[in-house]
Design a protein around this ligand. Structure first.
Ligand SMILES: Cc1cc2nc3c(=O)[nH]c(=O)nc-3n(C[C@H](O)[C@H](O)[C@H](O)COP(=O)(O)OP(=O)(O)OC[C@H]3O[C@@H](n4cnc5c(N)ncnc54)[C@H](O)[C@@H]3O)c2cc1C
Length: 317
């Protein structure tokens, strides 16, 4: 047992970025174990998805053409059967809503240990060493699992695999027991805030408690408009009901990896940083030169946001 089986993720007909990140995580483990990297593509337009995830480092892609949307029972049955067929050392799944739904069930079915929300994975002989965060991101722990195991990976922790691969693409004839399908997807409802997905934005203008009150938010929206950017925020802004939940960046919000992240009046608490530290360029606007956000900022403007933001907006308009 040396191979790795990594499961791709899609929603509403689109592959999610983590599908490319899991290739990087899986390839690294496969290199360490001296095995092959297999990808599973389950449900949806599997042939199209398989072409897209056929990137460098993938040895084989297995498609299960059953149903359009994610279904807990279909995924659990398909992945369990693929495991029985391929006998990999490790099964990797995204730590997404979908992954967290089926991965524990797969681990239970296969009687394997599982470690969730990993931010680092390596092997030492027959041991999987998984890094996770604890206490709201204040400490990192390593967890050692002996033998075959299931792990879910946090999005945006591994770079996306690139390049065109030459993996074999095969249909896997999973035997889906329809009597065992206990759930169906009847529709898809966005959490408030329309279709905005901040995790897909190239430029984020992010606002924190320094904005003081809801009436000041247009200042931030004007800057975002001038930059063609999307507005996101720290948690207090969402807790106050000034922006919808899908705009929150952080540990209990979304993980984002834009080209540019402009943190305005945000202190940089660990729970916030957990969601944006993968941004390419971080700009901080804060009156406090000692705010933790300054430790990770590429550019820092130590000044009052009520002076800086209108000046920037004017400059970019
Ligand atoms: C379990 C748990 C999960 C959490 N999850 C998240 C999460 O997902 N996302 C998240 O963001 N937080 C999260 N938090 C909350 C987190 O701990 C912080 O409380 C929060 O991030 C602080 O938000 P803030 O930086 O906007 O506010 P503050 O910490 O109050 O910082 C405001 C900043 O604005 C600056 N400022 C004030 N006035 C001005 C001005 N006029 N001009 C310029 N700068 C100014 C201040 O110097 C300060 O640095 C979580 C907490 C817990 C316990």
């Amino acid at each position: 047992m040396t191979d790795v089986l990594a499961v791709t993720d899609h929603r509403r007909g689109e592959l999610r970025d983590v599908s490319y990140e899991i290739i990087t995580a899986g390839r690294q483990l496969a290199d360490e174990t001296g095995g092959d990297l297999h990808l599973a593509v389950v449900s949806g337009t599997v042939d199209d998805f398989a072409e897209k995830v056929n990137r460098e480092g993938v040895d084989a892609i297995h498609t299960v053409d059953y149903g359009e949307e994610f279904n807990h029972d279909v995924y659990t049955q398909a992945i369990t059967q693929l495991y029985d067929d391929l006998a990999p050392q490790y099964v990797l799944a995204p730590n997404s809503v979908n992954g967290l739904d089926y991965a524990p069930a797969v681990a239970t079915e296969l009687d394997l240990p599982i470690v969730t929300d990993t931010i680092g994975l390596e092997t030492d002989g027959d041991t999987l060493i998984a890094t996770r965060e604890m206490y709201g991101g204040k400490v990192e722990t390593t967890n050692e699992l002996e033998g075959p195991a299931v792990a879910t990976i946090r999005s945006a922790e591994w770079p996306q695999a690139e390049g065109t691969g030459d993996a074999s693409i095969e249909t896997f004839d999973a035997t889906i027991d329809e009597d065992a399908i206990g759930s169906t997807v009847n529709g898809f409802e966005e959490v408030g805030g329309g279709d905005v997905d901040i995790s897909e934005a190239d430029v984020l203008v992010s606002v924190g408690r320094g904005i003081e009150e809801e009436d000041n938010l247009p200042l931030i929206e004007e800057l975002a408009d001038a930059l063609g950017a999307t507005v996101s925020s720290s948690r207090p802004i969402v807790d106050n009901g000034w922006l919808p939940k899908n705009r929150q960046v952080g540990q209990s919000g979304k993980v984002v990896t834009p080209d540019v992240y402009i943190a305005i009046g945000i202190s940089g608490a660990v729970q916030h940083v957990a969601g944006m530290k993968g941004s390419d360029t971080i700009v901080a606007i804060n009156t406090d030169p000692n705010a933790p956000i300054m430790d990770i900022a590429d550019y820092a403007i130590v000044d009052d946001l009520f002076d800086v933001v209108p000046a920037l907006t004017e400059e970019f308009q």
